[in-house]
Design a protein around this ligand. Structure first.
Ligand code: BGC
Length: 809
């Protein structure tokens, strides 16, 4: 590992994370009852069937299966980094899961050959941080080898595997986004030699899937990474024990170059989000329908559905879509009824379709009929005017016209079923300009121009840039100080029991105690928390603990609890989202909450909810979707599950953290409209529906300001507009900076002014066990941080602490 020198300007998050990697200390393999089973169900429901010619699936068990591809043994159960660094008590690869199913038979000689070869060519056990393999070399097999197996059985299954992760983008290379020559050869030879070939793709990211059109490949199953139950979940779907029913939450294009982000992703210094609101299917459906290989929302079933009697009702601003869903085929199945809206083009220009709701049926048997209902609010289909073209700058507006409602099994298949008329332009929310691009960073963004045949054409316009005087905005919001009382004997338990107010408790705290609440206990694996923790916060000093403030243990997330003990490894975020089943995600996370309680995690650093802007982003596997509604609903379900169990969730990374390359320094340059309609929208849904107790900012800058200093995002939007009252923490380690509008504020003072309450894990370098003094130095400087601000942040943090069972223990 590279050691970097210790100056504040050279803080090395990657090094520090590597240091925080968990060392296994316990052999205890207990996990809550039901967690394995629900995890398996969730992983299975997230499997997306992309192709199923000749009804080769579900497997009938009539022929032995010849299983090819070393990933059957060395299965990728999750991606890399903090979001995957879990030590599960067990893990099912595909080969073992196939062999464990009594109804299936695996070609034993081939399986043994793979096992022997994999044992002789092991994958690296502990690669260095950020250098993990994106794929594993294939076992060479000649045409004759394959023919020999094909002579024994007509049915082949080929497994292809990929992983990416934190600090490790997916690359436009063979063995990452693309297949390797060995994989291409294997697929070609197996496809030619066998009567039927099924392919399982084990990946956390969308990869190139153009090869799946090859006619020799009969079925293609996009399995994602299903955690410790991966293998069994895939087998459940292959056999039909769980009917194939996952749906894509991101578009698969024919070529990487078809994504509108392809020239604006991965730059070291900054990326201009030129595609603006036209992210994912919003781009493809509006401008480039022919570039789509598998549309957003797509996934096959083993049966067919008849969606009928669709009715669109309106009561004021509430729109209700109801339908009957009948299983019209011969197998069990689940259907996801997706509702999209096509807004009038108006002056803003709008995506051709955007998702406004969905409903998933229970398993329907052949002939079963059920009814579904999707409700949405007209305000949710409004567009944000950041340029003033409608005459209502900084407002969400519904332009006049018909809002066409479309229903279908995916974005492309959705058909018009009715419409909602808006007679004249309506302003649904008047806000203020936030986080707009700086004038010196202006760029051209895509706008939709009316084109021929009802299709839009992409045009460009200059992005509106910032006009707000930030200093005045900040000063207008400074809170008054509570009059200091000194220690009058109130402990936090008194606040928890309603015997004292939080304000009275905070009024007792001295400068050092207030400072201690604004940071963690300096280090990962804090001695104040459970071994292997990501850091501790709250009662980080003895005088706070004497006043009854416990230290809270934070742990990663999202795919399980990252501690020094065995913990369940859950399906990755994309797999969970692909279930389109928020109820199941809630159920899973409630069990995860029970595991947190048993193992001493107070705060799970999850869900990961950045938008999958580009398929190459290394952490896409942790995230849910290219769509903010799917993202927001899945995140809210996660938070509800964990918090319902009494623990805290910490949605992350707020906001616009869409790549890993140079992530601590990169600037996401994005219009305010795209922020509000896409990148902030998922967080807004999550915050307003599920009230997470804490939120993590992102590493990157958003229009020139590091997220951990972003007053506009954290104070104006998150707290003032959305009513958020919990704590906000940084992602691990900050970048030093001085507030351009308040030169007396550097580093921690600049951060606390924004109400980014807690610096995690708290020091400025991994070898340090202390802060840099910047917060209290500013308290005593002219034009510095105020006592009222420190006390406000103390209240934000203590609200999180009070929500923990430890506060009243
Ligand atoms: C990641 C976070 C994670 C934190 C603590 C950071 O590098 O970006 O998602 O929660 O480390 O492990």
């Amino acid at each position: 590992m590279n050691e970097r020198s210790a100056g504040i300007g050279q803080v090395g998050g990657e090094d520090q994370l590597a240091q925080g990697r968990v060392q296994l200390r316990s052999k205890d393999t207990w996990i809550p009852d039901g967690l394995g089973e629900v995890s398996r169900r969730a992983a299975a429901e997230g499997v997306v069937l992309l192709k199923n010619e000749h009804d080769v699936l579900p497997l009938s068990g009539s022929a032995p299966i010849a299983v090819f591809g070393r990933v059957q043994v060395d299965y990728f159960t999750v991606g890399y980094g903090s979001g995957g660094d879990v030590r599960p008590p067990y893990s099912w690869n595909l080969l073992d899961a196939l062999r464990a199913d009594p109804a299936l038979e695996v070609d034993a000689a081939l399986a043994e050959r793979y096992e022997t070869w994999c044992a002789a060519h092991p994958v690296e056990a502990e690669p260095e941080w950020g250098t993990w393999p994106r794929s594993h070399p294939e076992m060479p097999l000649s045409e004759a080898d394959i023919a020999e197996v094909a002579a024994r059985t007509p049915l082949a299954l080929v497994v292809v595997g990929r992983a990416a992760g934190e600090a490790r983008e997916q690359a436009l290379e063979d063995g990452s986004f693309f297949l390797t020559d060995d994989e291409r050869t294997l697929l070609a030879r197996v496809g030619a030699a066998f009567e039927r070939t099924v392919v399982v793709v084990d990946t956390g990211n969308v990869i190139d899937l153009a090869w799946t059109r090859d006619e020799a490949l009969d079925a293609v199953v996009l399995a994602w990474q299903g955690g410790m139950e991966s293998g069994r979940a895939v087998v459940d779907v292959l056999t039909g024990a769980v009917p194939a029913g996952g749906r894509l939450t991101a578009t698969v294009a024919h070529r990487y170059e078809d994504y509108p982000t392809h020239e604006h992703f991965g730059a070291a210094d900054h990326n201009e989000y030129v595609e603006d609101v036209y992210v994912g299917y919003r781009w493809f459906e509006t401008f480039a329908p022919d570039a789509v290989l598998y549309p957003f929302g797509f996934g096959l079933s083993y049966t067919t559905f008849d969606v009928r009697d669709v009715v669109v009702g309106r009561d004021g601003d509430t729109v209700t879509v109801t339908a009957q869903v009948a299983n019209a085929g011969t197998h069990d199945g689940t259907e996801v009824v997706q509702v999209y809206v096509r807004a009038p083009h108006g002056l803003l220009g709008r995506p051709a379709r955007h998702l406004v709701g969905f409903a998933k049926t229970a398993v329907l048997r052949p002939g079963d009929v059920t009814s579904v209902e999707v409700v949405f609010d007209l305000a949710d289909v409004a567009g944000y005017d950041d340029a003033g073209v409608t005459g209502h700058r900084s407002s969400f507006v519904l332009e006049a016209g018909t809002y066409e409602v479309l229903v279908g099994a995916d974005v492309r298949a959705a058909r018009p079923v009715g419409g909602v008329d808006v007679e004249e332009l309506r302003v649904v929310r008047t806000l203020s300009e936030v986080a707009a691009p700086r004038p010196e960073h202006a760029f051209e963004r895509v706008v939709a121009r009316p084109g021929e045949h009802g299709l839009a054409e992409p045009g460009v316009e200059k992005v509106p840039t910032a006009t707000v005087a930030r200093r005045e905005r900040v000063l207008a919001g400074l809170p008054a100080a509570l009059e200091r009382t000194g220690d009058v004997g109130i402990v936090l338990g008194d606040v928890a029991a309603g015997r004292a107010t939080l304000e009275a408790f905070v009024a007792q705290l001295d400068d050092d105690e207030l400072e201690a609440l604004t940071r963690g206990d300096f280090t990962m694996d804090s001695p104040l928390g459970e071994p292997g923790n990501a850091g501790a916060l709250g009662g980080t000093v003895a005088s706070l603990r004497d006043k009854g403030v416990p230290a809270l243990t934070t742990t990663d997330g999202p795919a399980g609890i990252r501690l020094a003990v065995h913990t369940a490894l859950l399906p990755c975020g994309t797999a969970l989202a692909s279930t389109w089943n928020p109820g199941l995600v809630r159920e899973l996370n409630a069990l995860l909450g029970a595991e947190m309680a048993a193992k001493g995690s107070d705060v799970l650093l999850a869900p990961g909810m950045n938008i999958q802007r580009d398929p190459l982003c290394g952490r896409n596997f942790e995230y849910f979707s290219e769509d903010p509604l799917v993202t927001g609903l899945m995140a809210a379900a996660t938070v509800d599950g964990i918090q319902g169990a009494g623990l805290a969730a910490c949605p992350k990374h707020f906001a616009a953290n869409n790549q890993e390359t140079n992530r601590e320094h990169n600037d996401s340059r994005v219009s305010e409209r795209a922020l509000r309609e896409i990148y902030l929208r998922g967080f807004e849904i999550c915050v307003t529906r599920s009230a997470p107790r804490t939120i993590m900012t992102s590493y990157n800058k958003v229009n020139g300001v590091w997220a951990h200093y972003h007053h506009d995002l954290v104070t104006t939007v998150l707290r003032e507009e959305w009513g958020y009252t919990g704590a906000v923490m940084t992602d691990w380690w900050m970048r030093p900076a001085t507030d351009p509008d308040f030169p007396a504020l550097t580093n921690d003072a600049y951060r606390v002014r924004a109400q980014v309450d807690v610096h995690m894990p708290g020091a400025w370098h991994r070898d340090d066990r202390h802060g840099d003094g910047s917060l209290l130095a500013s308290l005593h400087a002219d034009d510095g941080i105020t006592l009222g601000e420190l006390q406000r942040t103390a209240r934000n943090v203590l609200r999180l602490v009070l929500s923990s069972p430890r506060a009243s223990a």
